[in-house]
Ligand binder design. Sequence first.
Ligand code: URA
Length: 230
Amino acid sequence: MRLDRFLSNLPRFNRQEVRQLLASGRIRLDGQTCCDRHSEVSVFSRVELDDELLQTGKAARYFMLHKPIGVVSATEHPEHRTVLDLLAEPDKHELHLAGRLDLNTSGLLLITNDGQWSRRATSPQHKQPKVYLVETEEPIDPACIATFAQGLYFRFEDLITQPAELEILAPRRARLTLCEGRYHQVKRMFGHFQNKVVGLHRISMGAIVLDERLAPSQYRALTAAEIACF
Ligand code: URA
């Protein structure tokens, strides 16, 4: 929400008073004097008028988890353990996943309470590369490289996938970089070549790389530099 709207929503100020407050430099947003009525105020913003606190600002929380196989990427599930069950954190109901991995996929999963951040991390417009290590049942056909780079037709969604980069590391192992995250995308791409994916592990999203020190099921808070990636 815009700063001027945030202030006008408080019962004590009318629009003219809000304009004056902003012009007089009495409003501080996250510790900085702010005169720009267009500045964005979220639930995480601290807003002050002189020495008075108008909004404390909730703590934004960001985690990376090494998702193990067999745990579901959801906040609740009737049968399986969820990734949130692996976190020893308070107020877990406020957290959500920035992207998902299939039940039998392992690797980097980002978890946060910041909806704007997770949209930037996952929305197709932002085209953040996601890197996967893939193991297949059959040897990988080198023709996959050109086909994945050109894009594949997905009938269900009626679209062509974004260009993807495939690097064959061994006859049945490859590194695949996608800039989108369609349902079962990697499995469907290899399925086009009648090759079953038998192992899938995500190693990065954008510039955030799964910390090698995290064993499956372990997690840690993101650093300030990692948070700033999205
Ligand atoms: N593609 C898949 O097929 N599965 C995943 O978990 C992620 C990408």
